[in-house]
Design a protein around this ligand. Sequence first.
Ligand code: HEC
Length: 285
Amino acid sequence: MKPPSKKIFFKYCCQATLIIFTGLLSLNLHADPASDKEKFQNFFSKKFSGIDFNEFSNGVYAIDPESRAQWKNIEEFPPYVFAIDEGEKLFKTLFITGRTYADCLPEGGIGIAHSYPRFNIRKNQVVTLAQEINTCRQLNREEPLPWGRGDLALILAYLAFTSRDKEISITIPSSAAEAAYNKGKKLYYSRTGQLNIACAHCHVDNAGKRIRADILSPALGQTSHFPVYRARWGEMGTLHRRFAECSELSRAKAFPLQSEAYRNLEYFLSYMSNGIKANGPGARK
Ligand code: HEC
């Protein structure tokens, strides 16, 4: 793909600048997670009144009728179907130790994706399902998989499928877990990059507005459908790959996939979507 022309970059910059000066729903730095979540969910229910709570799992397609019609067509023959099948095969393949993923994941890995990420008290950090997969591989003397795409995204697609229709349920079991949540929340509301813009500027206060060819999706429900088959990627990709792309959109240096920063961010964002039905894997343009 050609790099964007100066003119387009300028246009993009200015649109983004306009966004910076509009208001921002900020969550009180000292509020507890449960009241943050209530405030966050109420904010979106009010902003997009008339949209069913569970519809927020469909991102832009919940709020823009034109994009929704195109997406409905795509969902008739969803491009992620092959990924679910491939992922299932990979998931059931024996490691050199003769064991499988099912031997090391809770509940054999089935129907658990909606409860990730989790705070692991022993490791004293947020653990994602992607990490659990690679930890399991290493315990079984297999090489870890790259984080953003490929086999890992396929396995996650299968596991997400087994959690479909289960309500996202992220727990914050200790004060150390709450500290990790707060770090994720802080990052979500911090201005970064050359555009000096936060995740929340685009996906909270300006959700529903157009930026270049895209309509900004609401933050609520944003983690429900990952991994996604993205037409622009031409393949399946993970949530952290999308985070990195959004960091770059702000002209900020992306954090490494599965870094502590992105895991805490995922923890915060997933907790905000508690109660929404998981619907991964998904399709996006
Ligand atoms: C300059 C605006 C902008 C900023 C800042 C931004 N994003 Fe995005 N983001 C987009 C656009 C555009 C898309 C694609 C359309 C959509 O789904 O919103 C997107 C998509 C996403 C998606 C996928 C939504 C879906 O339905 O699949 C996630 C998740 C996401 N962003 C998270 C983040 C996070 C986390 C940050 C902060 C690190 C962030 N974004 C910062 C513009 C932005």
